[in-house]
Design a protein. Structure first.
Length: 130
């Protein structure tokens, strides 16, 4: 799938692309990179980035790395480790295949800030449903 095809297909993911503002930057077989410019609505009451934002960008990177219109995958398990708050107003999630099987797959998404500091890691197990 080309970058333009991916952006068109995932525009239907209204929560990630419209409500949250995540953008697809790169896609290739078993890999994706997505990014997000952090805004006030991404912050919790304590003025830090809400944990769900880290998970959402990682989950979307997994979706982009594993799904095409012909080949759909769903998350069966996602485990996040939070490292730190970002040091700037940008999040980047890179998702890479760890093992790809006929029915199941295993990926890892690293979430970094715009300065390259790792702020979270998420491991995903997925099931291919079509």
């Amino acid at each position: 799938m080309t970058l333009e095809d991916a952006r068109e297909f995932f525009a239907q993911d209204r929560y990630a692309t419209k409500a949250t503002g995540i953008v697809i930057d790169e896609i290739k077989e078993g890999y994706s990179r997505v990014s997000l410019e952090l805004k006030d609505h991404h912050k919790a009451a304590g003025d830090h980035v809400m944990g769900g934002v880290f998970y959402t960008i990682a989950d979307f990177s997994f979706a982009v790395a594993t799904n095409t219109p012909e080949h759909l995958t769903v998350t069966t398990n996602g485990n996040i480790s939070y490292y730190s708050q970002p040091k700037d107003d940008r999040l980047i999630a890179e998702c890479k295949v760890q093992k790809e099987g006929k029915r199941f797959c295993f990926y890892e998404s690293t979430v970094s800030d715009g300065l390259g500091n790792t702020v979270a890691k998420v491991t995903f197990n997925g099931a291919h449903i079509s």
